[in-house]
Design a binder for this molecule. Structure first.
Ligand code: ZN
Length: 208
């Protein structure tokens, strides 16, 4: 699937912000934006090769949208016109490294933008879905780890598109990872991770 740029939204579910508070400096609650290169994408069926030697890798299950484009300064009430497709994805994170980088005031790329850091399901066309009424789960080896609902987002998808378009001219095949709910946890080699949503389908990856 074509992917242009990968925008990621952080701190978008209050319960997830709280669960990370013990891992790093106190959170201020602001929306966080970072970018992963398109080369991070792993499609379903490809293995997740976990990085070695940099501490634990956490799964972050997220609703992901792709865009038709849209350009600059998109009004919030017109933003969903720019959505082309929807799916689920994983914002894989080297959590201990991220905590160290944050404490040192350094950028997050080493912890968030490594090869394979963006497993991504197949996009479904965006039709009449209510993007703030999507239920989704993340299971590891059949055990429920994350259960999210997009009504709990602090920044709606439309608001995210509006905010991103203040800084970037949005282009076709840009994608947005819209933030993760609580329940993030460690992945190990041999784990099988499955993302599922009644609206979007089921996507699985094997960790190596
Ligand atoms: Zn995330």
């Amino acid at each position: 699937m074509p992917v242009n740029r990968i925008f990621c939204i952080g701190k978008n579910y209050a319960a997830h912000v709280r669960e990370l508070a013990h891992l790093g400096p106190p959170d201020d609650g602001d929306c966080v934006v970072f970018i992963k290169p398109a080369s991070c994408v792993i499609e379903e069926g490809e293995p997740i090769v976990l990085p070695r030697g940099h501490g634990v890798v956490h799964h972050e299950a997220e609703l992901v949208v792709s865009l038709t484009g849209g350009g600059r300064d998109i009004a919030e009430d017109e933003a969903l016109d720019c959505v082309a497709g929807i799916t689920l994805g994983l914002d894989l994170t080297l959590r201990e490294l991220q905590t160290r980088l944050r404490a040192q005031g350094r950028p997050w790329e080493l912890a968030k933008a490594f090869d394979g850091a963006a497993p991504l399901g197949d996009f479904k066309p965006f039709l009449d879905h209510d993007l703030q009424d999507i239920d989704f789960t993340c299971h590891v080896n059949g055990v429920l780890r994350q259960h999210g609902h997009t009504r709990k987002m602090l920044y709606s998808v439309a608001r995210q598109i509006h905010l991103l378009s203040q800084t970037w001219s949005l282009e076709p095949d840009d994608v947005i990872f819209t933030g993760t709910p609580e329940g993030v946890g460690v992945l190990h080699p041999g784990d099988r991770i499955t993302l599922s949503s009644p609206a979007l389908g089921t996507f699985s990856w094997q960790c190596e």
